[in-house]
Write a protein that binds this ligand. Structure first.
Ligand SMILES: [Zn+2]
Length: 168
């Protein structure tokens, strides 16, 4: 990874990450802070709200047209209770990548001009030690187009700058 001169602030930033984690599931962010502990469980991989809404952290990869490693949005998705229990049961099971993909809704608010919440996706279980991959279903959305067609290295820099300089 190399640094870059930032077109937003003019400074040299030392790192141009190709993997970014934005936040907890939007539904968790929306809970009043005083209710989070009683209504939700949030770990590094999973989240459950009100024993009724089930979330998994996945990798939404965008190919980068320089042929290097893909750019990855770490993205929360929601799945049905049945699929959540199935994923939990197989969490430490070798060969779990043989599972068929399951349906998922994107539940992270990613910085795009059009909301990314509730984009439809398929979630693909990966071998032990790897987070599941999120593949968007076709939609009239810039994030879908980026995943299908790939992004330029300049676009990677634009994304990184938008996160570095995100207003709170
Ligand atoms: Zn900057």
């Amino acid at each position: 990874m190399t640094g870059f001169v930032c077109s937003t602030c003019g400074a040299f930033h030392e790192d141009m990450p190709r993997l970014l984690t934005v936040a907890a599931p939007a539904a968790w962010e929306a809970l009043p802070e005083t209710e989070r502990a009683s209504r939700a469980v949030l770990s590094a991989d999973q989240c459950v709200i009100d024993d009724a809404y089930f979330f998994i952290l996945g990798r939404l990869e965008l190919p980068v047209l320089d042929g290097g490693e893909p750019f990855t949005w770490m993205t929360w998705v929601s799945v049905s209770e049945g699929n959540f229990l199935r994923a939990s049961k197989l969490w430490w099971t070798a060969g779990r990548e043989a599972e068929p993909p399951c349906f998922a809704w994107v539940q992270s608010s990613l910085p795009y001009p059009v909301p990314t919440l509730n984009l439809k996706a398929d979630l693909f279980t990966q071998p032990l030690g790897e987070r599941p991959k999120v593949r968007l279903q076709e939609a009239d959305h810039p994030l879908w187009r980026e995943q299908k067609h790939g992004i330029s290295p300049a676009r990677v820099q634009e994304i990184v700058e938008s996160i570095l300089h995100r207003s709170p």
